[in-house]
Design a protein around this ligand. Structure first.
Ligand code: HEC
Length: 167
């Protein structure tokens, strides 16, 4: 299909999404009017998204001789962490997800993670490595504080910290 979303129009996009779902074996469902449900667990989002992008930010915080491309990547990871924060504010398919996201303390740490990721974005845009490192520390504090309170000793779905894979 060579049509772009811009030329399709809203009805065309909806038909296209449903058509794709029908052809791909993904369960068909009505197009939601609000937020699209998270069809994966918070355990998976942590391991596949939150953890790798945070590690990239920490690496760029003390990398010697940052290049133009490194700064762009730092910016990219900061944006990913901002977006990931919104994802972990809604429940996914994990058994504990619904209880966690309803807890005000959980939501407070999510907000902290997002605002510190935003600080990392500003630092990357200004190419200020000291500010990036400072943002990285605040990010780490959000991770650790929330883990202390909510993370079970073993991941609920057995999805653990991955060996580092390039994004
Ligand atoms: C708002 C709470 C919260 C925040 C913030 C948070 N986590 Fe998590 N994280 C959890 C919970 C709860 C689990 C366990 C999920 C499960 O097992 O279903 C988890 C699981 C994980 C896991 C996989 C489990 C393991 O033991 O290996 C990793 C890796 C992880 N988080 C990394 C991070 C990093 C890095 C950050 C910060 C950038 C972060 N998390 C921020 C709540 C949080």
């Amino acid at each position: 299909m060579r049509k772009t979303f811009a030329t399709l129009g809203a009805a065309g996009v909806a038909a296209c999404v449903l058509g794709f779902a029908a052809g791909s074996g993904v369960a068909q469902q009505a197009v939601p009017t609000g937020m699209v449900p998270l069809h994966t667990s918070l355990n998976a989002v942590m391991v596949y998204l939150v953890d790798p992008v945070a590690h990239e930010i920490w690496e760029y915080s003390d990398k010697q001789g940052m290049t133009e491309m490194d700064w762009l990547r730092a910016e990219q990871h900061a944006v990913n962490l901002i977006a990931a924060s919104t994802l972990i504010s809604i429940k996914g398919t994990g058994a504990g997800d619904g209880i966690w996201v309803a807890d005000p303390l959980w939501r407070a740490w999510v907000v902290n993670m997002q605002s510190s990721a935003h600080l990392a974005l500003l630092a990357a845009q200004k190419k200020d490595q000291q500010a990036l490192a400072k943002a990285g520390e605040v990010i780490l504090d959000a991770c650790e504080s929330c883990h202390q309170k909510f993370k079970p000793a073993l991941p609920t779905e057995g999805i653990k910290h991955l060996p580092r894979v390039p994004l």
